[in-house]
Every structure is written in C-alpha cells, then in structure tokens.
Design a protein around this ligand. Structure first.
Ligand code: GRF
Length: 196
C-alpha cells in the first residue's frame, strides 16, 4: 500500500469520500496515513480524527518546512489535495512530481487557474451558460490546475441552478466518484513501479 497524505482547508467532503472508499474496500493500494489542514477550524480535521487518521493543522508561517517534516516522518508516498486552498511552491511540486494530485470542480481547461476555487468556479460556469460542467483530477505542477489530467466526469447544469446547487451536484456526481478511483489508480501504479 502507498501511505497517502490528504491536504485540506475546509469541510473535507472529498476527504470523507476517500475515507468511505477505503472503508468499503475500493482503495486497496491506499493507506490514508495523514491529514494536514491549512485552516485550524477545518471540519476536515474532525473527519480525520473520527476515522482514526493523524490530523495536523499547520499555520501559514513555515508551512512547507513543517509539511516536509510531517511527510518524511509518516513515510508518505502520495499527496492528495482535496479542497486545499494554499498554493504550494514550484520547488515543492517539482520534488513531488507524479506523486501529488488535485481535485478541481470543473472540466479543466474551463474555469480553472488562479482565482477559480470553491463556489467561484460554479458562479463562472453559470455566468457563461455552459450546459455541462463537472470535475477533474490532475497531477499538480507549478501552474495552478495545469498538470496532466488523470480523470474527468461531466455533470449537467440544470435550469434554476444556483452556485450552491451546482456545487453540490458536482461534488456528489463527480468529485466524490472520480477522486477515490483516481487515487487508487495512481497508488496502484506507484506501487507497481516500486515492485520493479
Ligand atoms: C469544494 O468547492 C470542492 O468542489 C473543491 O473544494 C471545495 C471544498 O471541498 N474540491 P471539500 O468539501 O473540503 O472536500
């Protein structure tokens, strides 16, 4: 199994999808070993504790240095950004190339890049009048939402949708489905590599 760290900043519904997938046997190559939050009050930290996963809040000052220590201490081999709102340095993402992935709530390359996060993504989709949106899992590089795409799933925009109703549908029908599948696929690939 690949010891995996999940970086969070908010409610942690994507983390919960990973916890539930692991519990249901859908991620046999993944060990959820660590959750790190950039926000002290993130409910994601509660979700981690309830699932018996080490949960740490790191303040802004020295964030990456302390993150590096935690990742080494826990022998982490894969990082998942799940509702994580900090921008990681190019040096950090280069060192983790191929071993750090992110979930974004749109069909990249639409509605992505700096400034597109959370509800803002769905506000932009509604403002543009797209009939389909969805979610994307991609490798992380130094360009925000710029890394190689791993998985995508489309979701219909319905008449009368608000940013909140659209966000919820994208989470339920897309994010919480493709993230566990993508994390398992990447972990299995990484484990296959290490067996060679
Ligand atoms: C949500 O907007 C989600 O679409 C995006 O990050 C935000 C919070 O996700 N991935 P979570 O509930 O903290 O996983």
């Amino acid at each position: 199994m690949v010891r995996t760290a999940v970086l969070v900043s908010g409610g942690g519904t994507n983390l919960q999808a990973l916890i539930d997938a692991r519990r249901g046997g859908a991620m046999p190559h993944v060990e959820l070993a660590l959750v790190v939050s950039s926000s002290a009050g993130a409910y994601a930290l509660e979700r981690a504790k309830n699932a018996g996963i080490r949960a740490e809040y790191l303040e802004k000052t020295g964030f990456e240095e302390r993150l590096n220590s935690l990742l080494a201490e826990e022998g982490i081999g894969l990082i998942v950004l799940a509702g994580f709102l900090r921008i990681l340095s190019a040096d950090f993402t280069r060192r983790w190339a191929g071993r750090i992935i992110n979930i974004h709530p749109s069909l990249i390359p639409s509605f992505c890049g700096s400034g597109f996060y959370g509800l803002r993504v769905h506000e932009a989709a509604l403002a543009r009048g797209v009939k389909l949106t969805g979610a994307t899992v991609h490798f992380v590089n130094e360009i925000p939402d710029g890394g190689q795409i791993i998985a995508q799933r489309a979701v219909e925009v319905l008449p009368g949708d608000t940013p909140e109703t659209l966000q919820r549908r994208v989470m339920e029908r897309a994010e919480w489905v493709i993230l566990p599948a993508a994390v398992e696929a990447v972990a299995a690939e990484l484990e296959g590599e290490s067996d060679k």
